[in-house]
Design a protein around this ligand. Structure first.
Ligand SMILES: *Cc1c(COP(=O)(O)O)cnc(C)c1O
Length: 437
């Protein structure tokens, strides 16, 4: 399978190149040349398969031409050493809990898959030594950094630089990527998430830097990170089908950079029978505005209590646009939008807790509310609980007047010592730092 750039001005790339380079030469995002549909028998019997078995089938459709079956199976099983269960919240609303991985957020799936795939290619080329070291640059508004850092921790031949906005990630999130050491370096940028993302993008475009070191991205622009996220949407369908609730399934994805929902849309293209999708935003409502007006206008991001969705220029918009051949009407036919202020998020967390006992995190709350407001008779909805509420303990406790438990695997991060390199948002400073490593 070859991959083309959304800008169509770069040469086609192999999977190996797309994974190692992250972004195409023309700054576009890689797209698979074909999206292989899965056969009807797969969907007819999907409820009989486990999450891992389903994931193997989906992985084969994406990557089967480029990786031998046994290695791919190994990568999938190694990645998915935890479940992504579907739990009931109300009669018609279910949650797809994506927080059972090591850093308690959905990004564990893509990050772990990408680390293993990258290692597979480096090993194949005999390039696991210092001389061929690959430098992964990742900008984070919170959860990407922890998932990528932990996904790659201790992986030979790879060094990870996590760029995060100073003072704008929760203390627990910060611990998850600043205390690891080894092949992980945290960089604390005096700016907002978009500044971090701009630094990473500028690094990929800098000729001198690329001549002197191998750089790649682990943001959701990397195909190895965003495509595997499709696995759990197929699982959600299977588990809802088991319950007899899959006939008119609505899937709602709390969205920031739009990598997660984009992988769900790829699933639909592979035949996954989802009736419609909802992209739930916080106050950063660029996509919501696009759906209303047909005009895509990136904005500076604003800070909210659902901080992993504080994105003013969602990278994967380009992929969604490309997937639908730029047709606003076709995009609107599959996806609707919603956007919520912090007050509305708080109100939703409170009412859901009081009415159902389910503790939402601020991101999941956007998804839950969008389903509550838009489900029609006969439809069943699944929203992604994209992170465990304990990752936002201060916020959640102050809203619910609760004292929620911190899971042991999250607690474990909090004993370590913070190590971070302070950085300005000036690219020259960042470049200097990388060159002098
Ligand atoms: C990253 C993240 C999101 C947004 O996902 P995208 O793929 O960027 O749209 C939502 N919720 C949480 C908790 C996240 O970490």
């Amino acid at each position: 399978m070859l991959y083309y750039s959304t800008y169509k001005k770069a040469p086609l790339a192999t999977l190996e190149k797309a994974v190692i380079k992250g972004l195409a030469e023309d700054k576009g995002l890689y797209m698979p040349e074909r999206i292989n549909p899965l056969p009807k028998e797969f969907y007819d019997n999907i409820e009989k398969l486990s999450f891992q078995e389903i994931a193997c089938k989906v992985a084969e459709a994406f990557f089967g031409e480029d990786i031998d079956a046994e290695s791919l199976r190994q990568i999938v099983y190694d990645t998915l050493q935890f479940d992504c269960p579907v739990e009931k919240v109300t009669d018609s609303i279910y949650t797809l809990e994506l927080f059972h991985g090591p850093t308690l957020a959905f990004k564990d799936v893509g990050a772990r898959f990408m680390a293993r795939l990258l290692q597979y290619f480096l090993k194949k080329e005999g390039q696991l030594d210092k001389e061929h070291e690959v430098n992964v640059l990742v900008a984070t508004s919170g959860d990407t950094g922890s998932a990528v850092a932990n996904g790659f921790l201790g992986v030979d031949g790879i060094h990870v630089y996590v760029l995060y906005p100073k003072g704008k990630v929760s203390p627990i999130q910060e611990c998850q990527f600043t205390t690891l050491g080894r092949n992980i370096t945290a960089i604390e940028v005096d700016g907002v998430f978009d500044d971090c993302q701009a630094l990473v993008k500028a690094a990929f475009m800098d000729e001198e830097l690329n001549r002197r070191m191998k750089l790649t991205s682990a943001n959701s622009i990397n195909v190895a990170r965003f495509l595997p996220q499709a696995f759990y949407y197929f699982n959600a369908y299977a588990r809802m089908k088991e319950k007899g609730l899959a006939d008119q399934l609505v899937i709602c994805v709390p969205s920031g950079n739009f990598g997660n929902i984009c992988s769900a849309l790829f699933g639909k293209r592979m035949g996954l029978p989802v009736k419609r999708f909802i992209a739930a935003n916080n106050a950063n409502d660029i996509f919501y505005q696009y759906l209303q007006t047909g005009v895509y206008t990136p904005q500076a991001s604003v800070q909210t209590i659902a901080n992993a969705m504080d994105v003013g220029a969602p990278s994967n918009f380009a992929r969604i646009h490309e997937l639908y051949n730029g047709s606003h009407a076709d995009i609107c036919a599959d996806i609707s939008g919603a956007a919520y202020s912090d007050d509305m998020i708080r109100e939703t967390m409170k009412s859901c807790y009081m009415e159902t006992g389910y503790i939402l995190d601020p991101h999941g709350a956007c998804g839950y509310r969008a389903l509550q407001e838009s489900l029609h008779d006969g439809e069943a909805g699944v929203f992604c609980e994209t992170a465990h509420p304990a990752k936002f303990k201060e916020t959640v406790d102050s809203i619910l007047a609760s004292d929620i438990d911190i899971p042991a695997r999250l607690q474990a991060f909090m004993g370590g010592e913070k190590q971070a390199v302070p950085m300005t948002k000036d690219f020259n400073d960042f470049k200097e730092f990388l060159l002098n490593r």
